[in-house]
Design a protein around this ligand. Structure first.
Ligand code: HEC
Length: 116
């Protein structure tokens, strides 16, 4: 019987922990931490964009694998325009699904703070 009670306590703990993670997601873009390509942005691009925009697979002639290429698109405004809703339409990129709000915010903050 003691064992059973313990298992319930354990399940309760896990449930609690999951709940907490869902209700209080802290996006690094909303903190004062600096966003850098190396620490933050590269991983977001690998996850969401490189399946179509790598050096090998450059859909629409767009490569986002090397920092110099990313800076080109970010600096021209083209990158941000593609990932936010525009004229009542959902964001054009990534094609087929949406990034999380946090991912979009991270990219915005990185661009606004000077592409470091
Ligand atoms: C499933 C494939 C796919 C994914 C994933 C994808 N793209 Fe694209 N992207 C395309 C294609 C195809 C084009 C060519 C133009 C078109 O069809 O809209 C394009 C075009 C672009 C362009 C050029 C638009 C212009 O000005 O002509 C940019 C910038 C871009 N993508 C950025 C991104 C970014 C940033 C991500 C990740 C957040 C991303 N894409 C994810 C397929 C993809």
């Amino acid at each position: 019987m003691k064992k059973l009670a313990l298992s319930f306590a354990f399940i309760g703990l896990i449930a609690c922990k999951n709940n907490q993670q869902e209700t209080t997601p802290i996006c690094k873009a909303s903190t004062t931490s600096q966003i850098t390509y190396q620490n933050d942005i590269q991983a977001i691009l690998i996850k969401n964009c490189l399946s179509c925009h790598s050096n090998k697979e450059h859909s629409g002639g767009v490569k986002l694998e090397d920092l110099s290429d990313v800076k080109f698109w970010a600096g021209s405004g083209g990158l941000y325009d593609q990932i936010i809703p525009f004229g009542g339409n959902p964001p054009r990129m990534p094609k087929g699904y949406a990034m999380t709000d946090c991912e979009v915010l991270m990219i915005k903050k990185w661009i606004d703070s000077g592409l470091n």
